[in-house]
Design a protein around this ligand. Structure first.
Ligand code: ATP
Ligand code: MG
Length: 459
């Protein structure tokens, strides 16, 4: 779309029409990569755009590749605003600044303690000069091909818009509802199993101190405390430091749970004790993001099972995830928890913006533990489903996980060795290989997996 300078009659039109609607998108800055009215100490910037993001977001000597953009009234002489831009660039250590009054566009580059003009054009010429501007401060030129946020992307130019092709892009999905017992863990472990069966590389993370996912994947087979080998090696270790305790050191392979087995980051009851200490370290909330980044070429999909609360661990999971599935039995108590989930997400999204992450993408509410009673399915269930979008304004997933005894059976499967009975849980996918009564449920999870893959764009 061509830019018309006549549209900018005052400072706010310069901001909205020239910068937000025209320049930022043309230069490849998606909404999650720029911020308006940014206050840093005593400095107040009109816009700060990031070519590469660091997490957490810090501006210091090693500041991310970024551009300051200052908009002025069309009657303002830009010369009068150069000293202030100099102050911004040199004190924040930002390399480029764009200054415009809607009629004229200037780009300055920071030297040691000064700035120099490196580009200037009238806004009438902006279209013909776009390539030059892109070369200087376009998101992809600044990064010089090194995306901190999204490694291994190929960038091709198409009709002067950038098209991004991802080679690897691990997707992280949180399974969350603050209502307990709605089937989060059942969905997390069996969805992971169904995706694994489809050939996806899956990492399953248990961040609930109840450790039900850890149990369900066969990692708690010990009978006595002294055999507990998870106390010192569990998900909380990932949050204690950014320098040590990486995912490969902490994760285990599921045990006779699925075919093929799944990598699992286990949980432990001692997460409760560690919560207060971790919670005091704000930066620990984004450590899971950096830890996941280090394994992003190892997995296609990460699934995180969460606690039924709004606690620190639920925050960590929702901050680190790209997507969210909200399992719900669609009953009144679960529904009444949905506004709480939405408020919590609002808070989470505020934090995500601060660290340069897009808001979490809600795949939808997943109908779970649904009765197979024919009358219920004919009359009540359709009404329960429509309430989700009508009253709670949330997307609803197509897939349905019905209440099936085989699902709790396979999780509670045991084996007896000598005099002792040991837990021997199975995914419903594996269980269905030998138990005909589990096949229906296994198929329902395969359909869920298919819908999830479509939603997250993984084929
Ligand atoms: N679709 C289902 N059919 C039959 N039983 C189910 C189904 N989903 C879950 N259950 C059973 O309901 C109970 C609670 O399920 P689950 O542990 O998955 O819920 P949750 O939301 O993870 O609970 P919490 O909030 O405590 O973590 C378990 O005993 C489980 O076996
Ligand atoms: Mg659970």
């Amino acid at each position: 779309m061509p830019f018309n300078p006549e549209l900018c009659r005052n400072e706010s039109e310069v901001e909205s029409k020239l910068i937000v609607q025209y320049l930022l998108p043309q230069l490849g800055y998606t909404p999650n990569t720029w911020h308006q009215e940014v206050a840093i100490g005593s400095i107040r910037l009109d816009f700060l755009a990031f070519a590469a993001q660091v997490i957490p977001f810090v501006l210091d000597a090693n500041s991310p590749l970024s551009v300051v953009i200052e908009a002025k009234h069309p009657k303002q002489n830009l010369n009068n605003h150069v000293p202030r831009l100099r102050h911004y660039l040199t004190s924040l250590n930002v390399r480029y600044g764009l200054l415009t009054n809607g009629k004229e566009i200037r780009i300055y580059e920071k030297l040691q303690t000064d700035i120099k003009l490196v580009f200037k054009c009238s806004s009438k010429e902006v279209e013909t000069q776009l390539e030059t501007i892109k070369c200087l401060i376009g998101r992809y030129s600044l990064k010089e091909g090194q995306l901190v946020d999204q490694p291994e992307v190929q960038i091709t130019e198409k009709n002067s818009n950038f098209e991004i092709k991802r080679k690897h892009s691990m997707k992280t999905i949180a399974i969350y509802h603050n209502k307990g017992g709605v089937g989060k863990t059942t969905v997390a472990v069996n969805l992971a199993a169904a995706l694994r069966k489809k050939g996806k590389k899956v990492l399953l993370i248990d961040i609930d101190s109840q450790a039900n996912t850890t149990f369900a994947t066969g990692l708690i087979k010990f009978q006595f405390d002294e055999d507990d080998d998870l106390r010192e090696q569990n998900v909380s270790c990932l949050l204690e430091s950014s320098d040590f305790n990486f995912i490969p050191e902490i994760m285990r392979q599921s045990h006779y749970f699925n075919n093929p087995e799944i990598d699992v980051v286990p949980s432990h009851i001692n997460l409760i004790d560690k919560q207060d200490t971790l919670n005091k370290i704000a930066v620990s909330k984004s450590r899971l993001i950096s830890k996941l980044k280090t394994v992003e070429t190892d997995y296609d999909i990460v699934i995180i099972d969460t606690p039924p609360s709004r606690d620190y661990y639920a925050e960590v999971a929702l901050i680190a995830s790209d997507y969210l599935i909200i399992p719900s039995d669609l009953k009144p108590f679960a529904n009444q928890g949905l506004p709480t989930v939405k408020n919590f997400l609002k808070q989470i999204n505020e934090f995500r913006v601060l660290i340069g992450k897009q808001p979490i993408n809600i795949i939808g509410v997943l109908s779970s533990k649904i009765s197979t009673n024919a009358k219920f399915l004919q009359y009540t269930f359709p009404r329960q489903r429509s309430v989700i979008s009508d009253r709670y304004d949330l997307p609803l997933m197509e897939a349905v996980i019905y209440d099936r005894t085989s699902l709790s059976e396979c999780m509670n499967n045991t084996i007896t060795i000598g005099d002792l009975e040991y837990p021997d849980p199975k995914s419903v996918i594996k269980y269905a290989e030998s138990k005909a009564n589990a096949q229906q449920s296994a198929m329902e999870f395969e359909m869920l997996a298919k819908e999830v893959l479509e939603e997250i764009g993984v084929s």
